[in-house]
Design a protein around this ligand. Structure first.
Ligand SMILES: Cc1cc2nc3c(=O)[nH]c(=O)nc-3n(C[C@H](O)[C@H](O)[C@H](O)COP(=O)(O)OP(=O)(O)OC[C@H]3O[C@@H](n4cnc5c(N)ncnc54)[C@H](O)[C@@H]3O)c2cc1C
Length: 255
């Protein structure tokens, strides 16, 4: 990136992929954040007009899982910031020149950043645990691995079932941890009480755009998108530092 900026012009492509067998194993948020931040960075340097930025994804409406409001706002932002779109095209391969799509068309770029969709870890594939088609741990509503009464799985390692828009996220991993612990305790107490992770599925993100951010929340009942100009960018920066410092035990955990 530094070399391209020093050159003063170029083409940058950013995108993400989907896993048709595991719709929740997708990670689009960071790619949106990256392209908006690259746009902001180039504008600050006064060289944005010399760069061609393009966002690519195999689905027709990337970001649709965030909800209608967020999708519309994101599309508007692409147009406002003059970011090209290549949507609904399956990716065949990446080349030195850029991205080659299955329909034979090409997207030329000097830098390509792509976040692939996930599949289960090799360690799971080599285990005797019950897996989904894409290699994640198959769990019931209570986070217990199917056919393994004493094994529970939470977070990214587990195959999510539920709404089409569900996505593997940090707050869901934490909630599943609580739920799995609760269900294990109840099981040990011979109680029939159980909690289901599906009740807590939601999308929650603060999408940083460099100049601000958008707060996005979605569950089965509501879809919220709140623009946070200027302050949102600093909130996200602050959250990153808070998360890091609390993990390193350099700052007390408040939430
Ligand atoms: C770039 C990016 C941005 C994201 N942004 C957001 C966001 O804004 N909001 C949000 O909610 N979520 C976000 N996520 C998703 C979130 O980070 C994950 O959903 C969450 O971390 C899942 O938690 P986990 O504990 O299941 O897995 P992880 O956090 O991946 O933890 C798994 C741990 O297991 C370790 N491990 C792996 N294999 C082995 C092994 N064989 N032996 C021992 N240890 C092993 C790994 O090193 C890792 O520490 C983002 C993810 C990425 C990559």
């Amino acid at each position: 990136m530094d070399a391209l900026v020093a050159k003063g012009s170029g083409k940058i492509a950013v995108g993400f992929g989907g896993n048709p067998k595991e719709k929740s194993a997708v990670r689009g948020g960071p790619s949106f954040e990256l392209i908006f931040n690259i746009d902001h960075y180039l504008r600050k340097k006064g060289i944005r007009d010399n760069f061609e930025l393009t966002f690519f994804a195999p689905m027709e409406k990337p970001g649709a899982r965030m909800g209608k409001k967020a999708l519309t706002a994101t599309q508007k932002m692409f147009d406002k910031k003059n970011i090209g779109k290549r949507f609904g095209k399956k990716i065949k391969t990446f080349t030195e020149k850029g991205v080659l799509f299955e329909d034979g068309s090409e997207l030329t770029s000097d830098i390509t950043m792509f976040i692939s969709a996930g599949t289960g870890s090799a360690i799971l594939k080599n285990s005797d645990l019950t897996l989904s088609d894409s290699g994640f741990l198959k769990i019931d509503d209570y986070c217990q691995v199917v056919n393994h009464p004493n094994v529970f799985a939470i977070g990214d390692a587990a195959a999510f079932e539920g709404p089409q828009w569900a996505a593997k996220q940090g707050h869901i991993a934490e909630k599943m941890g609580e739920i799995a612990a609760y269900n294990i305790i109840k099981k040990e107490q011979n109680s029939h009480k159980r909690k289901s992770y599906k009740e807590y599925l939601s999308i929650l993100c603060v999408m940083d755009t460099g100049t601000g951010a958008s707060f996005v929340y979605r569950n089965d009942k509501k879809q919220v998108m709140i623009p946070l100009p200027i302050v949102g960018h600093w909130m996200k920066q602050g959250w990153g530092k808070y998360a890091r410092w609390t993990k390193l035990k350099q700052f007390p955990k408040i939430v």
